[in-house]
Design a protein around this ligand. Sequence first.
Ligand code: RAM
Length: 514
Amino acid sequence: MAVDCMLDDMLMKANPYFIEKAQSFIPKIHRICEYPETFLKYRGDACRDTGDDADGYGKGDVLIWDFGHNHAAYFEFVCHSVGSPMDAPAFLHLKFCETEKELWEDCTEYQGWISKGWIQEEWLHIDELPRRMKMERRYAFRYVKITVLDTSQKFRIVFDQVKRIRVSSVQNEEAVCISTDDKLLRSIDEAALRTLANCMQTVFEDGPKRDRRLWLGDLRLQALTNYKTFRHNDLVKRCLYLFAGMPNKKGMIPACVFERPVPLMDDTFLLDYSLFFLPVLTEYYENTKDIETLRELAPSALRQIELAMEYVDERGVVFAEGVQSPAGLYYCFIDWNESLDKQCAMQAIILYSLRYAGRLCRLLGYEERISYFDELYDRMKTAAIAAFWDETNQVFISGPQRQISAASQVWMILAGVVRGKEAAALLERTKESPVTMVTPYMHHFYSMALIEAGDMAGAISHIKDYWGGMIRAGADTFWELYNPADENESPYGSACVNSYCHAWSCTPAYILRI
Ligand code: RAM
């Protein structure tokens, strides 16, 4: 019975008017043709000159084209044969790589928990040459590696007119880079803008390699950065209407939605992401003054608070993630650190969202609701201190093990539970937290907490340190996950499926423009 109810809640309750409105804002995609900057030839692992390109390539030869930067693009080339008549198919392996290290990564043994279909590689049999090959899929890549698996003893293959068609709904030049004498900050800003541009397709995608779809938590950070850079505000509007157009039967907004073949909600629900619909909508209005959208979507946004309150006990404390409550289970994201206890951060995110609910109601003049949200905020803040503040260690703890994590402290500061000098001191202690942050997403919130505590210089220096670490490791777009202590860390069981252009890491371009 309980299972039936849960499944029933998962069903989509589409709002055709909202979806139609979203579809009317599908942006135009710009296409730019680009040629490789460098071409390298290998046999095995050794770089070698295989002779004149016109002599062609055979079994075991490895060819690498470097396009200079990582972009979302389609790949094309022409190939023909030399030597005797072509007496067998040409058999090729193609690998598309965002970073140099992926070129040499062996993914054949991949056993991770998300689909190996995300690994950007293809095996091609070409029966007749010459042939113009236009790869059907869109990839995210800087490098293309072709391994000639076989030709035959009688013919070899020649490659020509290698190019890619870069695609995005924005053009990089539209956003002006920050002017600073600091070379590292300039590189960080450039990489952040490139990251965001690659993810701005017909929706704000999380990453052009993976998952190539619209996630609400990612959208929050992309939208903020977009307002200060590309200013394609209708794309935010489209995404807002897509989410609001496809809640479940209870009105809960899913963590992510698909656009094709027709708009569809995913059956993944994350409480923190659903609540982020409130800040995304409020900030959209603050940046555009589009009152019609604010009015139309406010009920969907405020509904997220009502639903979140079902997971809050009579003391005003949220149940732990994944634990039975009278309303059932909920899940949340927060960060990819698998040992993270999320209860304290989730409490803070509800508080954070209550402040946005109040802000939204003020904008719309919903007087009664303003005081309701303000009182609820005060009650839950008192409950949060009683439940999570550890007086002895002067930190927030979470869960039965009284876990001390960076995420708990950061979110309590962003929720306004600790402010000013106390917040600055707490962040200082956060550096010692045994449970660290692993995604640029969480590091963004850490930087924002520093700013909230009045330490803009600290936030900039953190950006130089953390995002600068990716630049020093060769990044030209920022990654989904970066743990300086372990560059191969992956939440999926293998770095083969990690995304190296992930929109939630684009926020230095926002923070550097505040
Ligand atoms: C990953 C996605 C996305 C994130 C979710 C929670 O699978 O790449 O960026 O929002 O997880």
